[in-house]
Design a protein around this ligand. Structure first.
Ligand SMILES: [Zn+2]
Length: 207
């Protein structure tokens, strides 16, 4: 089987772009406040479970087609959604934000909300599975708590090798060890072909 290149989302943000976050802290993850290991944080569960996400505007401005909302959580415009649908890409489900709220009131803030509504920004619930990368990439558990289930992994390799046997064939997928969302070259080409603002694909490895 030929090698498939895989990519992750780039994080470039231009001046004047609205800062958006989820109103829930990292939906789809367990929030840990462990009395045993003293961890306060988010259990890095890789795939989206339930995804009731609100969008919080923390700084007004222009809104991109592809927006980073938080670890593993991305929102995309109607143009991105159409490109994914037209190409028949798999592993992604679109979820409406339950609410769009701002830190403050005023015309610039409500203008940003209007742009979000015009873009029909939806949450990209990426649920495809790429399996575990620990074995093929030498990633090891550096800390584990039996009480709360917290796991910390050693650093992600610069180039990830995905085991095709564990991959479910989805164009958009996640891996068990890290929160980042990955996608195939076909998905990267599709999104790049419609010139979406806020989108860039960074090489992440092979499959
Ligand atoms: Zn714990």
């Amino acid at each position: 089987m030929a090698t498939i290149k895989i990519y992750s989302f780039g994080h470039g943000r231009k001046p004047g772009t609205a800062w958006l976050k989820t109103t829930d802290t990292d939906p789809g993850y367990y929030i840990i406040n462990c009395p045993v290991c003293r961890t306060r944080g988010l259990l890095p569960y890789p795939c989206v479970r339930s995804q009731t996400v609100g969008v919080l505007v923390t700084k007004p401005g222009t809104v991109d087609d592809v927006v980073f909302l938080g670890p593993g959580v991305w929102a995309m415009s109607n143009r991105a959604q159409k490109a994914v649908r037209d190409a028949g890409l798999s592993g992604i489900r679109w979820v409406d934000p339950v609410e769009v709220v701002t830190d403050e009131r005023g015309p610039t803030w409500s203008g940003t909300i209007r742009r979000i509504q015009n873009l029909e920004l939806r949450i990209a619930a990426i649920g495809g599975r790429g399996g575990s990368i620990a074995k093929a990439n030498g990633v090891k558990v550096t800390r584990r708590c039996e009480y709360c289930g917290w796991i910390t992994w050693s650093k992600r390799p610069r180039s990830i090798k995905i085991d095709p046997e564990q991959w479910d064939g989805s164009d958009f997928f996640c891996i068990e060890e890290f929160r980042e969302r990955l996608f195939t070259a076909r998905a990267a080409e599709t999104l790049a072909s419609v010139n979406l603002t806020g989108f860039s694909a960074e090489p992440a490895g092979t499959l």
